[in-house]
Write a protein that binds this ligand. Structure first.
Ligand SMILES: [Zn+2]
Length: 433
């Protein structure tokens, strides 16, 4: 990891030659200009754009599946009065003044909440207080929908206004100390991603996206971690990042696109179509010099020939090969710095090709963090040197942090990582369907 000192430039020759007085007056002048400029900048371009209250945008509601897979049961708690209806129907199945920690299970003809039987395949739970609904230790805004699937498993879905959802996503996806402009850029990317998820959800879908990094990390208002500590899932600053960018989205040629983003690109973002066939042109891949301080800017894994061979066996099998011991693993010519790493694995006369993404997945438990890497033979096996953390396409979150620290605005950050994209008001876009 580079220390901040590594990034300082050497003094200019003119500075070394200047006399003390001249230096002092230059510095004072510079400070005055800097103070004026900082003040102007804050006044003129605070975030993506100045958003006055009358511009506050009311987005659609979003449906968030709280787990990727269906579950056997969920633990609910409700602060204050609540009602449970069969989703889509008005008669109230159950109501209460509050609910202590109670398990919701699926039964053959509906659900059982503690001792209360609820005869419906879909439930909707509404609390008088917002936020007031707890599911598995997370406090959520909006409403909760419980769906029973064909295998008598449970899906819990949180329905809430998009902008409320985003306040938690900004904190879930980016640390609070990454800088105001970086978090504003994150809010715009997350809003656009969420809107695309709503638009692209099939009509029969019960949810728009997941609460995990499979979509965007969403923890709710507060949550209890594995040690029992209660943590904030959103904050004053995440709500401010959402409010300041209210309604701003990323577009390409006048249309929304799904903006990918990842923790650290390692110095060069990936061409989106390398991993996501439908990735829009603003994922062309660009150089990034702002993420060197990331924890996983570079990473290394050392493996013996036997260990690497054994890790690659399933990959070989999926390609119709039987791998016993690797003879050579060598890079295959790539189509540019924005392409995935590719390698040819040889064993005697036979060979097969693997991508960096294949290796990232095969070596995840060994510490592989991204699909871009190089491989060197060592005395005892192979050393894999990787670049970055995450898939690497679109906005580099550590790079956004670096850019914010260098005084760049959210708009500049977004235009850098999504070249060719335009930042627009969602309210001004044509309806998708
Ligand atoms: Zn980067």
């Amino acid at each position: 990891m580079a220390s901040p000192a590594d990034r300082r430039a050497a003094p200019e020759p003119w500075l070394r030659r200047a006399g003390r007085l001249a230096l002092l007056s230059s510095l004072l002048g510079l400070l005055a200009v800097l103070a004026w400029w900082t003040g102007q900048r804050d006044l003129q371009t605070p975030l993506v754009d100045v958003s006055s209250p009358r511009d506050a945008w009311v987005g659609p509601a979003i449906r968030v599946a709280l787990s990727e897979a269906p579950v056997a049961s969920a633990v609910l708690r409700i602060d204050g009065a609540f009602t449970i209806t069969a989703a889509g129907k008005s008669p109230v199945l159950h109501r209460g003044t509050s609910l202590g920690t109670t398990t919701l299970r699926v039964t053959s003809d509906g659900f059982r909440l503690g001792k209360v039987l609820l005869a419906a395949k879909r439930l909707e739970i509404t609390a008088a207080r917002d936020p007031g609904l707890w599911v598995d230790g997370h406090l959520y805004r909006g409403r909760i929908r419980c769906e029973q699937d064909a295998n008598q498993r449970l899906r819990v879905i949180n329905l809430l206004p998009l902008e409320s959802y985003l306040a938690s996503v900004v904190d879930g996806e980016m640390p609070r100390d990454f800088g105001r402009e970086a978090r504003a850029a994150q809010a715009v990317a997350a809003r656009t991603y969420a809107l695309m998820s709503i638009r692209e959800a099939p009509a029969s879908a019960l949810w728009d996206l997941y609460a995990t990094v499979r979509s965007q990390k969403y923890l709710g208002v507060t949550y209890t971690d594995s040690t029992g500590s209660e943590l904030a899932g959103e904050s004053e600053s995440s709500r401010a990042a959402v409010a300041a960018t209210s309604g701003w989205v990323l577009t390409y040629r006048g249309k929304l696109f799904r903006p990918y983003y990842a923790a650290c690109c390692g110095g060069q973002t990936l061409r989106g179509t390398e991993l996501f066939p439908e990735a829009a042109p603003p994922h062309s891949g660009i150089a990034c010099r702002y993420c060197k301080e990331a924890t996983w800017y570079r990473w290394t894994i050392d493996l013996s020939v036997t260990a690497l061979s054994s890790k690659l066996k399933p990959l070989a099998r999926s390609k119709g090969r039987t791998l016993t011991a690797i003879s050579v693993i060598e890079p295959v010519a790539s189509t540019g710095p924005e392409a995935l790493s590719r390698f040819r694995v040889r064993q005697g006369q036979q060979s097969f090709d693997v991508t960096g993404q294949d290796l990232r997945l095969a070596l995840a438990s060994d510490g592989a963090k991204s699909p871009r890497m190089s491989i060197q033979r060592t005395a005892t096996g192979y050393r894999i040197t990787g670049r970055g953390h995450g898939h690497g396409a679109g906005m580099c979150q550590w790079g956004a942090r670096g850019q914010a620290a260098a005084g760049r605005t959210a708009r500049q950050i977004l235009e850098h990582y999504y070249p060719g994209a335009t930042i627009a008001r969602a309210a001004n876009l044509a309806p998708a369907r």
